[in-house]
Design a protein around this ligand. Structure first.
Ligand code: ADP
Ligand code: MG
Length: 586
């Protein structure tokens, strides 16, 4: 990687250059006495407690103090030795175990806040249903670090020293100790909960390992709960019908912790999910798309796994497309545009989905997940009558049904497609699943009979050529007031460009969007040079994250000790870049 750029170039929004303060150090009692002494002084005087404070069982780093009461809260870290905390050795031995412990501790801290810091002045990043690598908490063999924020109390702009002293005498240490304590007498249950968390991650990793070894693309365990509580909640639906594999697809495997499990194993190729409306098709596909991530114990999808780079592909009209070869799907457009290097600032439903699909193949995704609910119909199907009425040379679109088999056989890219509204895919499918009142049936044999009885009237089935690698150019950068941020799951902002990533559905945590924003800045301004392909650039970011963790992104200007970053998947970072309107290619 190129060396860390001159930090003076990066005065990102809210990251104003603050004169480095001398860090102080002392005991917790020194800190508390100091805070009392600050009572009644101007808010700026809080900066004097920047430093490292020894609480005995842990140490507290106050890294950055907010400059006024309305600024973003102050940044802190609590540090301790996991062995002294009582974290069992069998939870610290591997990077995966430590990742799961970190994810657990973040959740525990959040929960402890409710009990020990009712003032609401202490905050930490929130976590959803997935176990992910997060900058808010990291665990090394000898060190646990939790990053959180404290709003320093004030009356107007006057320091409330007594309230601050109470925060640092009670709320903060009580929360930290409730999070870090795995040794005291009543900690037994917490040790067990921690172990379950570690085991959930390890079993999911083992499942993905099994997929690779046995050549499957997905596994859904018998008994898994796939349905979610609501359209806006990822919590499990309580009265859901548990998943049961069709007998024909049931496989058995042994996991390190769950032991022997059975479930539905999907082989590569084309899998079509059919069934009546409201019978659970999209729910199954949704579980597969989240199956790239491990889930917390109790989620219901702990033993659902898909190949790691599986990508949900949907229509997103209005997205930008930069020089993508969409000719497999789109040719001779009315204006005569070259569709082997297709660019647009405003894609239609079908061109957007075609571009997203080709981009996923370019990035090396092995599995595409497509739902009729979120697709452009004209990209998916064209029936015999329409093929008769509108001649091929007048119709720019080659529907996916003509390419999906070639994609699997020639490019090794499998598809799971939800399609309840058309039988066109039945004879290109390697297997057909039917959802029937939330039961999953293998209707492949019956589908073959139907196809034999009602053969396709016309066939335009074609192959799928290799997708070339694109090589982005370096972006100018050096904006006067660089801005790098994310808004929830839907947007990334780089200077004046807003990138809509709402259709990149496997970005599941706002911290992933934020990490994507910083990684995009790094890729565009420092990694891409007109010779490095998109895929190679993404590999460089993967290597950086592997070696340095999410803190590696600070080299692109993210503030030191970032507390809200979550590791995105390589392919999702690629998808975000592909939606960047100013992307230029060599
Ligand atoms: P489809 O895509 O077939 O139209 P959905 O997957 O959207 O159906 O599911 C329809 C409704 O049924 C949703 O509200 C979903 O939460 C619920 N549902 C799905 N699977 C189950 C299940 N196994 N048990 C209970 N409810 C379910
Ligand atoms: Mg549906």
């Amino acid at each position: 990687m190129t060396p860390r750029p001159d930090p003076s170039r990066h005065s990102h929004t809210g990251h104003g250059q603050e004169r480095p303060l001398r860090r102080r150090s002392g005991s917790d009692q020194d800190l508390i006495a100091d805070l009392r002494r600050l009572d009644g002084r101007n808010y700026g005087a809080y900066k004097s407690v920047t430093g490292d404070w020894d609480y005995g069982d842990f140490s507290l780093a106050i890294d950055r103090v907010q400059s006024d009461p309305y600024a973003p809260p102050s940044s802190l870290r609590a540090l301790a030795d996991p062995r002294r905390m009582g974290v069992p050795a069998d939870c610290l031995a591997t990077p995966d175990q430590r990742l799961a412990v970190a994810d657990y501790l973040l959740r525990a801290f959040h929960e402890a806040l409710g009990a020990y810091a009712p003032s609401g002045d202490v905050h930490i990043a929130r976590a959803g249903q997935e176990i992910l690598q997060r900058s808010a908490c990291t665990v090394d063999p000898e060190r646990v670090e939790v990053r959180f924020q404290v709003r320093m109390p004030a009356h107007g702009r006057t320091i409330q020293g007594g309230a601050a002293a109470r925060l640092f005498d009670l709320d903060v240490p009580d929360t930290v100790m409730a999070t870090f304590d795995f040794v005291s007498e009543d900690a037994g249950e917490r040790v067990e909960a921690l172990r379950r968390h570690v085991h959930a991650l390890e079993d999911h990793r083992a499942l993905q390992e099994a997929l690779a070894q046995r050549g499957w693309i997905a596994f859904v365990a018998d008994g898994a709960v796939l349905a979610r509580r609501s359209g806006i909640s990822q919590k499990p639906l309580e009265e859901a019908v548990p998943f049961a594999s069709p007998d024909t697809l049931r496989q058995r495997l042994t996991l390190p912790h769950a032991g022997a499990v059975t479930g539905m194993a999907l082989e590569p190729g084309v899998t079509v999910i059919v069934g009546g409306g409201y019978h659970g098709k999209s729910t199954l596909l949704g579980a597969l798309q989240r199956g790239v991530y491990p889930h917390v114990p109790g989620d219901g999808r702990e033993l659902v796994a898909t190949v790691p780079e599986a990508m949900k592909i949907r229509a997103a009209d209005g997205r930008a497309v930069s020089e993508v070869d969409v000719s497999a799907f789109i040719t001779h457009l009315p204006g005569g545009a070259d569709t082997t290097h297709f660019s647009t600032e405003n894609a239609s439903g079908s061109t957007s989905q075609a571009a997203s699909l080709v981009e996923a193949v370019e990035l090396g995704s092995q599995l595409l997940l497509i739902d009729e609910d979120t697709s452009a119909t004209n990209l998916l199907i064209r029936d015999a009558r329409m093929r008769e009425l509108v001649h091929a040379d007048k119709e720019p679109i080659t529907p996916l049904v003509d390419r999906i088999g070639g994609l699997a056989r020639e490019r090794g890219v499998s598809t799971v497609l939800v399609m309840g509204g058309s039988g066109d895919y039945l004879d290109v499918a390697d297997r057909v699943l039917m959802m029937d009142t939330y039961r999953c049936l293998d209707v492949s044999a019956r589908a073959r009979e139907v196809c034999a009885a009602m053969p396709r009237q016309r066939s335009d089935i074609q192959g799928f050529d290799e997708v070339g690698a694109r090589t982005p150019l370096r972006a100018r950068g050096g904006a006067e007031r660089p801005k790098t941020k994310a808004q929830g799951l839907d947007q990334v902002v780089l200077d004046r460009q807003t990138v809509d990533i709402s259709d990149v559905e496997q970005v599941v945590d706002p911290g992933q969007s934020e990490a994507i924003a910083w990684a995009m800045r790094g890729l565009l301004e420092e990694v891409f040079d007109g010779h490095t392909t998109l895929g190679e650039g993404l590999d460089r970011i993967e290597a950086l994250l592997r070696e340095q963790g999410l803190d590696g992104l600070t080299r692109f200007g993210a503030r030191e000790y970032p507390a809200f970053l979550v590791r995105p998947r390589r392919v999702d970072l690629g998808a975000a870049l592909n939606r960047y309107r100013a992307l230029r290619l060599a």
